[in-house]
Design a protein around this ligand. Structure first.
Ligand code: HEM
Length: 170
């Protein structure tokens, strides 16, 4: 029966695909530009840029969540796929959203704490610890996500990878 499932998954729409690939660019850029120390926020131009970048990333992911849940449709994983695949896919997707929202939320809290010294070092240090934990978790989740996509491409051959990439030459 494997052949009937081959390439069966309905493609994601252009908006979902566009947001997906744009968020990859933003996240990649975020890691490349990274800050080495909270004291770099003393530069007002950099401070403004970091806040604007965090807001843009947070809004993009909020829009993405709204769009996939309410308009474009969420996962293309076939209903008849094994339960463990549904479970793994849900955990990784929650993890991806959770770590991005944590990075954005704690990043904004760090900026707020930096601009309001009355909040004290404890607050800012807690936010930095959470920020760094989420920055470590996200690449691990992305690796798991890409392994999942390759699993569908080469083992299941059910069209789930192509639902996001379109037809591939391989
Ligand atoms: C080369 C890298 C990537 C590939 C091949 C890939 C592939 C895919 C595929 C095939 C889907 C559809 C899964 C389904 O319908 O259940 C998907 C969805 C998703 N991808 Fe990726 N992805 C990549 C990178 C990323 C990165 C870096 C993120 C960062 C957060 C990400 C976040 C998501 C999320 C959250 C979904 C769930 C659908 C949504 O809410 O938009 N992906 N991806």
């Amino acid at each position: 029966m494997a052949s009937s499932a081959a390439s069966a998954a309905k493609p994601h729409g252009y908006v979902t695909k566009g947001i997906h690939w744009l968020s990859i660019l933003l996240i990649g850029y975020g890691y490349l530009k990274g800050l080495d120390s909270v004291h770099q926020l003393a530069d007002p131009a950099l401070f403004r840029f970091e806040v604007a970048f965090a807001l843009a990333l947070g809004l993009l992911f909020a829009l993405r969540l709204f769009w996939t849940q309410k308009v474009g449709g969420a996962t293309r994983l076939p209903k008849e796929a094994p339960k463990w695949e549904h479970f793994a896919s849900r955990i990784v997707h929650y993890g991806l959203y959770g770590s991005v929202f944590t990075i954005v939320g704690t990043g904004l809290a760090i900026a707020y704490g930096y601009a309001s010294p009355a909040l004290g070092d404890l607050f800012i240090n807690m936010m930095i610890t959470l920020h760094e934990a989420a920055l470590t978790a996200l690449p691990l989740l992305i690796i798991a996500h890409i392994c999942g996509a390759l699993w569908h491409k080469f083992i299941r051959r059910d069209g789930v990878l192509e639902s996001m990439t379109g037809k591939l030459p391989i």
